[in-house]
Ligand binder design. Structure first.
Ligand code: WT7
Length: 708
């Protein structure tokens, strides 16, 4: 039945009613126990790194009404998807040259792709500028007055109204030109790396585009990181110019950005690294130190410049940005992205995945911070070329109230809403009444990114935010992939809660064993991409050996994503978590994600993190950190009930050996659970791990003080 649906054109009425029937069933009911030993592919063997015990059979095909509301589907049917995908793999050069025609190039390419694994060059010899494609192109076509960025600040005025700015493409272009000229006046040249350490203010997007315009690369550092993160990244990038703010608003408090920068610059100068210039945008008006000669106020320096600045014609393979991401060990990796391929791929994925259409009244909101790749690709670079307004919000989702996001969706008539599973689980915990208070009927497409979304959260999102009428695109990708690689297309792909569905055009993804051989359906393995794609990383800055070791060594000739995955009988992908997050319990390898999903399917549980811990008998035991909903109380009875519940869902092998209740889980600023830390807590070790990316150190202290 499920397989039939994929072959069927999307207008079948029975399909809609089936989806509705499913939607009406209340969660939790999602996980059916697969007798683990019955399937030879799910038993433990060397070729099967992870076993899968999850089963989900609800399917939500997009409806004709949904496509109409979005101005029509870019890809009309699954047959068309299949044909185009097959072509994109068989003839990548033909496929991508057609896609790239939709953007402006100053000089055309001599060759679409040059591939010497692991080195790719896309649109060889072509000259372009991504800022031109994001702004100038629209102004030249007469759309200069249309809104490119809508920005909302966190604090509200006394009368309860927020601070909102609507920046047109014309206004953005002028301010970008002024900022470009300001950078030039400080001696910034093509090829330099400019560090941006700011809050979520429009000037951050403006500074990125200003760098791109003059051919400088940017390195955005998330504004929540402390001074040592700035030190490491500026040293690694040899960056001598930084743009910052006096402070950033976060949950009503000022984050002292400039103070952190001063501290970082002092630490850097002790290491003989000179930071020549620091541009400071005054946002929060907190007291700051000022170093005359080095520090420049944005409103004075940028404000004094001409609003005209020619775009530098950039080579397609010139560096666009560095973005640092944490690796499994130590030092963060500076992921390198170049201009041409990244530009084509982010604009195209944004259009196709979200079903974006210029001039159709759409308002797109991605809640990520720009300090994270999601903000780079799907607030700025992929969205602006599509000429759909991109909403940028400065602050926290629960300030001043737990309904801030929903109030904003309704006030700005948001049509596209893109957020992370960790945020969705927080919304669930805060209660259904917050979205219920607001009119969310403008919403047409919902998206998630960042981690596997458990089917519970998917259903909650679908019903409580999407009013059971919006497709959900669960987009799998990475800092390294630059853009979506496994994702539904909003108007085309039938979705299944918990699955990121199928590869995007040009992505030859597979689940393989250590020898690079594809594993059978429903058998866990390593997620790889076997062919180059335009937005793939071009290396780790200054560390060729680590680039090859991390991504290209374990399975020869293929890009290793570092995630475990399986494909179901429909060919849909299910991400099972990072390879390092695999548990080996009594010789059975289990994905932490599945045990977490089983825990969360219990009505008392809102969020769970599962890690391995030393166990006398099993080698590795299962430790679960569980955060409860507002109506549940921690007790030994509840622990026992949860163990039984997991056992009922996944089988006795997956029963947690230890359960600890916690108010919150330790997370990175981008919302990823820091399992490394939890492993130490579970083992009763004092953590020697680097905690600079941890969002709230109190969480860790609380966990440590809560020994069983
Ligand atoms: C890792 C990449 C790409 C922007 C956000 C994170 C996990 C990401 C999904 C998804 C399951 C996902 C993977 C991946 N991840 N999206 N839809 N389903 N897992 O970027 O910090 O580079 O992290 O996030 O584990 O490898 P990142």
């Amino acid at each position: 039945m499920a397989a039939d649906i994929l072959q069927t054109p999307l207008d079948g009425r029975n399909l809609i009613s089936r989806a509705e029937a499913h939607a009406q069933e209340r969660w939790p009911r999602l996980l059916a126990y697969i007798p683990r030993m019955a399937d030879p592919h799910t038993t433990s063997n060397a070729n099967s790194p992870v076993q899968s015990l999850l089963k989900e059979d609800r399917i939500f095909p997009p409806t004709a009404a949904q496509a109409t509301a979005l101005g029509g589907a870019w890809c009309a049917s699954m047959d068309e998807y299949r044909t185009r995908h097959a072509r994109s793999i068989a003839d990548p050069e033909g496929f991508w040259s057609e896609v790239a025609q939709d953007l402006d190039w100053f000089t055309p390419w001599s060759k679409v792709l040059e591939w010497n694994c692991p080195d790719a060059k896309w649109f060889v010899d072509a000259k372009t500028n991504i800022c031109h494609n994001a702004l100038d192109r629209h102004v030249l076509a007469g759309h200069g007055h249309e809104v490119g960025i809508i920005w909302e600040g966190e604090p509200k005025r006394e009368n309860g109204t927020p601070e909102v700015k609507h920046l047109s493409y014309g206004e953005l272009l002028e301010e970008v030109c002024r900022c470009s000229n300001a950078l030039k006046s400080l001696g910034v040249k093509k090829g330099d790396v400019v560090t941006l350490y700011m809050g979520m203010v429009p000037e951050l997007a403006i500074a990125m585009l200003a760098c791109a315009r003059i051919g400088a690369a940017h390195s955005v550092i998330f504004g929540g990181f402390p001074a040592p993160a700035i030190v490491d990244r500026m040293l690694d990038a040899k960056s001598g110019v930084i743009v910052t703010c006096d402070g950033a608003w976060r949950r009503g408090q000022v984050v002292p950005l400039k103070k952190n920068v001063d501290e970082a610059i002092a630490l850097l100068s002790a290491q003989n690294h000179k930071v020549e210039h620091c541009i400071v945008l005054h946002r929060t008006k907190n007291q700051i130190d000022w170093h005359a000669g080095r520090d420049h106020a944005w409103h004075e320096l940028v404000g004094a410049q001409s609003d005209e600045c020619d775009c530098e014609p950039m080579d397609s393979e010139d560096l666009l940005f560095l973005l640092y991401t944490s690796g499994s060990t130590g030092k963060p990796k500076g992921i390198r992205h170049t201009i041409g391929g990244y530009m084509v791929y982010t604009a195209y994925t944004a259009q196709q995945t979200f079903s974006l259409r210029a001039g159709a009244g759409q308002v797109y909101w991605c809640t990520a911070d720009i300090g994270w790749v999601t903000g780079h690709s799907y607030i700025v670079y992929g969205i602006l070329p599509n000429r759909v307004p991109s909403l940028m919000y400065e602050g926290a989702p629960n300030f001043p109230g737990d309904d801030r996001f929903w109030e904003m969706v309704s006030r700005h008539h948001v049509t596209h809403f893109y957020t992370a599973p960790t945020a969705i689980r927080a919304f669930m915990k805060w209660g259904d009444e917050h979205p219920a208070k607001h009119d969310l009927s403008s919403l047409k497409v919902l998206g998630t990114v960042g981690e596997p979304i458990n089917p519970e959260a998917w259903m909650w999102y679908h019903q409580n935010i999407g009013g059971s009428k919006c497709p959900i695109v669960d987009t799998f990708w990475q800092t390294e992939t630059g853009g979506h690689v496994l994702t539904p297309l909003a108007c085309t792909t039938p979705t299944v809660p918990g699955s990121c569905t199928l590869p995007f055009f040009g992505i030859d993804a597979a689940v393989v064993d250590e020898n690079g051989v594809e594993v059978p359906a429903n058998c866990g393995g390593l997620l790889v991409i076997r062919k180059p794609w335009p937005a793939m990383l071009r290396g780790i800055h200054g560390d060729r050996a680590r680039f090859i070791e991390t991504y290209w060594s374990r399975v020869k000739g293929m890009y290793l994503a570092g995630d475990g995955a399986r494909r179901d009988e429909r060919g849909y992908f299910w991400i099972m978590g990072r390879i390092d997050d695999v548990l080996n319990v009594s010789g059975h390898r289990l994905g932490t994600m599945e045990v977490e999903s089983a825990l969360v399917s219990h009505e008392a549980v809102v969020e769970a993190a599962v890690v391995g811990m030393p166990h006398d008998i099993k080698g590795t035991g299962i430790a679960a950190f569980v955060s409860l909903g507002p109506h549940a109380t921690p007790s030994d009875e509840l622990k026992a009930a949860l163990r039984e519940h997991v056992s009922g869902v996944l089988g006795p092998i997956a029963k947690p050996d230890m359960i600890r209740f916690t108010q919150a889980l330790p997370k990175t600023r981008s919302g990823k659970i820091m399992r490394r830390l939890l492993r130490d807590v579970a083992a009763g070790r004092d953590s020697k791990q680097d905690t600079t990316t941890l969002e709230d150190l109190n969480v860790l202290a609380a966990l440590r003080g809560n020994e069983e």
